[in-house]
Design a protein around this ligand. Structure first.
Ligand SMILES: C[S@@+](CC[C@H](N)C(=O)[O-])C[C@H]1O[C@@H](n2cnc3c(N)ncnc32)[C@H](O)[C@@H]1O
Length: 210
């Protein structure tokens, strides 16, 4: 109910998100908040905050989780260089510097929406210092399009993720962004990690299990 209400009530402010994907992301976040899974909420690749605004609204609807912090990460320099894993005959529009936006624009979107901004770290994922990361993560939304970007964020999130915590990776099974699936395959299927993986609406939904 909360999820449908929020999506009906508030605009999706960029073309980076669809109603279907947002519904799935927020329903999985709702489960994490309802179960009070230990840890903070994170988004790697926040851009102008299309999804972040809804994540904040969800947190506001769960006062029981009032100590839960919300962290977002972005280069604010747009996409990095592609590597060989990212090359696709389609998807030419995804190139270095695309989606560059200022940190101030993100903060402005939160101000306009009358919402408290998240903790914002401007950095390449591979350079994020330890003290800018939560010790424990309950939920991570990874939306960064390229092989190295998804791999780098997985390396950060997985060791900090609580048991029963949730990772959602955007752009799964998109021909234009083959690096996303390759990063997921290399990280999870070449390892002995305990996880469940489901896919829906071009999202990979990964739960850490015991
Ligand atoms: C598709 S957009 C994210 C859209 C956002 N989730 C939303 O809801 O509006 C991808 C973002 O990831 C960021 N990004 C990609 N690779 C990155 C990396 N390695 N380090 C930091 N930011 C990165 C880009 O700057 C861009 O803002």
């Amino acid at each position: 109910m909360i999820v449908q209400k929020l999506i009906q009530q508030y605009p999706i402010i960029s073309d980076q998100m669809s109603v279907d994907r947002l519904t799935t992301i927020l329903l999985y976040l709702e489960k994490i908040l309802e179960q009070n899974i230990a840890g903070d909420i994170t988004e790697f690749g926040c851009y102008i905050g299309t999804t972040s605004l809804f994540i904040r609204r969800m947190l506001n609807n769960f006062p029981i989780n009032k100590d839960t912090k919300f962290y977002v990460y972005d280069s604010f320099d747009g996409l990095p260089d592609k590597v060989s894993q990212d090359i696709s005959p389609i998807g030419q529009e995804f190139k270095k510097g695309e989606l560059k936006i200022s940190k101030k624009s993100l903060i402005n979107e939160f101000k306009k929406a009358n919402l408290i901004p998240p903790i914002i770290e401007k950095n390449w994922f591979s350079n994020i210092p330890d003290n800018a990361l939560p010790q424990l993560i309950a939920f991570a939304y990874l939306d960064s399009d390229f092989y190295n970007s998804v791999s780098d964020s997985l390396k950060i999130v997985w060791p900090r993720l609580s048991i029963n915590g949730q990772i959602i990776i955007d752009d799964y099974n998109r021909e234009a962004l083959p690096g996303v699936d390759k990063a997921i395959n290399d990280f999870f299927f070449k390892s002995k990690l305990n996880f469940n993986l489901k896919t829906i609406n071009h999202l990979a939904l990964i739960t850490k299990i015991n």
